[in-house]
Write a protein that binds this ligand. Sequence first.
Ligand SMILES: N[C@@H](Cc1ccccc1)C(=O)N[C@@H](Cc1ccccc1)C(=O)O
Length: 717
Amino acid sequence: MPDSKMDETKKKKKKTAECCGYPISIFFIVVNEFCERFSYYGMRAVLVLYFRYFLLWDDDLATSIYHAFVALCYLTPILGAIIADSWLGKFKTIIYLSIVYAVGQVVMAVSTIHDITDANRDGTPDNFTLHIALSMLGLVLIALGTGGIKPCVAAFGGDQFQEHQSRQLNTFFSVFYLCINAGSLLSTLITPVLRAQECGIHTQQQCYPLAFGVPAALMVVSLVVFIAGSGMYTKTAPEGNIMGSVCKCIWFALNNRFRHRSDIYPKREHWMDWAEEKYDKLLIAQIKMVLKVLFLYIPLPMFWTLFDQKGSRWTLQATTMTGDFGGFVLQPDQMQTVNPILILTLVPIMDRIIFPLIKKCGLNFSPLKRMTVGMLFAATAFIAAALVQMEIDKTLPNFPSSSESQLKVVNMHSESLIVTVPSQEPLLIGSFESSPDYITFDQQDIRLAFNTTPEINKDLSLIKGSRQTLIIPSEPAEMYLKEDIKSKPKEGKNAVRFVNGWTAYLNITNLESSLQPSETSNYTLVSQGMRKFTLTDGIQSCEFSRKFGFGSSYTFLIPSDLFSTDCESIKEIEDMQPNSVHMALQIPQYFLITTGEVMFSVTGLQFSYSQAPKNMKSVLQAGWLCTNAVGNIIVLIVAELGKLPKQWAEYVLFASLLVAVSIIFSIMAYFYTYIDPAEIEAEILKQQETDPDKKKKKETLEMEEKENEQEIKQTKI
Ligand SMILES: N[C@@H](Cc1ccccc1)C(=O)N[C@@H](Cc1ccccc1)C(=O)O
């Protein structure tokens, strides 16, 4: 931006209304940021679960799309910075892009209403394509909005301060960061609770519309609050297309360097010095500063690659754990709230105690050293996650591989049975009992022999990669196979089914249809806690209650004396034990990654701001956010290419990659010299004032260019 224009902007700053030394207008900006972050993180907290359990995508696709979305959110800041700097100015950019953002949130919320396509009213959408299309449109609009306004809001807040308010300006940025985390904390607590409610017009389902609707409402509130402060803001005019000038200057330097590649031309100190013929020394110096920082940014995406897996892989990890904390029960997606809680406590502790203490010990804990240590903390967090995963794996059932089949036998017959199974000791199965565990077979076709009179020989064709139960009813000759679930029930729920040993049909609450005698129901999913089932044959009824944990599976055997025992004789067979590893075990990994975030992210933001020339602070902010985008793209690539059979191995792989990258970064940081951009800029301006050749050089170059253009035209004619 030309200096004259910048001076004009400065002069335009009017005296603003103040309260306790702060411009009143920043109240609106801080509240706006709180609501916007509530909206963004609230929606993000339930996004993977929406993909996984509403759109029914598998873990990998859900994780990939989630990271693609986050990547898009941190690529769009460049667009926002360009629009604000060269066209609309920050105020209008924030308003217009916030409207796009709010519309996106509403579209997203609408896409989660299952009733809109559930014509047959079975509780699942009939037209998944419509839901997918709507949600993708919503996500693109949200990414455009949130990313676009991101580099503008903080800078717009800064614009509100006068020169004499530099102390208040620093406090504003701290309060701003705390607001981000307060907003995200509240939303990551609330939206999973909303999601866990049941709602619907035709059928009651998980309330995703409410979980996405509340963030949409908060985005509208955010916009209204921002507009409400309109009369109080200091609005700076667009500062010219700084990105355009930077690109043109770099392009000219590269071209000029190429044209003068012959050895006859004297070498210049830096390749950007080849732009000197046409561009201001000041602009060239500023670009050199920016490029130096951008070069340092190259290894940084790896940190975000690990950091952003909190919201995906770590949430899925939590679904295989138990969240019963005695007094309260934590949902898997609520574990993410540990991050903002720790941020709210760790930022003041680091700033007030740890960093000053390190300084007192005479250690130079420079920003780049802090960032390196932050990376190492994140790597350690992933080692902790791998250890937790190993603990979880020990408790997981031994599921069949794709070439194996598993079988369990349930005896509903009135007498004990001896079953002869290939390559096994004969099994004695008591009446109303099951074989102790699943028996694994390498072959698909097996023959079982039963000691009934007359003896029964049964040929079974098992399904490869599946678990099945052979139900032997009161009349053994009518035995049949029923397929079982072969993975942990979704979202930490419990899968239950009933085998009807009662002599008539039975209606059971929560089951889709009534059960005929000897029939086995399909699975129904029930949440953690005390669950009650009412069983009735139309004449008599009784109630059966049971407390469930997380991620278990049971087959309940209903006996022939059901009503005379008031449901107490119902027998349970545990097909899959409940999750036993506690979610509290994830706290160390959250603590380590958040300590890493404070050292890396907060320091990185300050570093980017302090090392950027005054007219390119937004360029570097957008560049900084881009490192996050690239980090998310790496997750996509590594997750797709390097599919590792074990989840813990993937965590170790990511930790090792980050350690390697932090070593490279520490070497780059060693050669980096900290600068004071304002000092350099002042020096160049002083030099330019005493350089009479400058104007002449530019005029000569412009003449040369015109001559060249004319020559080209003539040759064409
Ligand atoms: N600690 C995060 C907020 C958060 C809340 C809940 C779950 C995960 C994260 C935070 O402060 N984010 C800031 C800074 C940031 C971080 C990563 C990429 C860009 C910016 C934010 O502005 O969202």
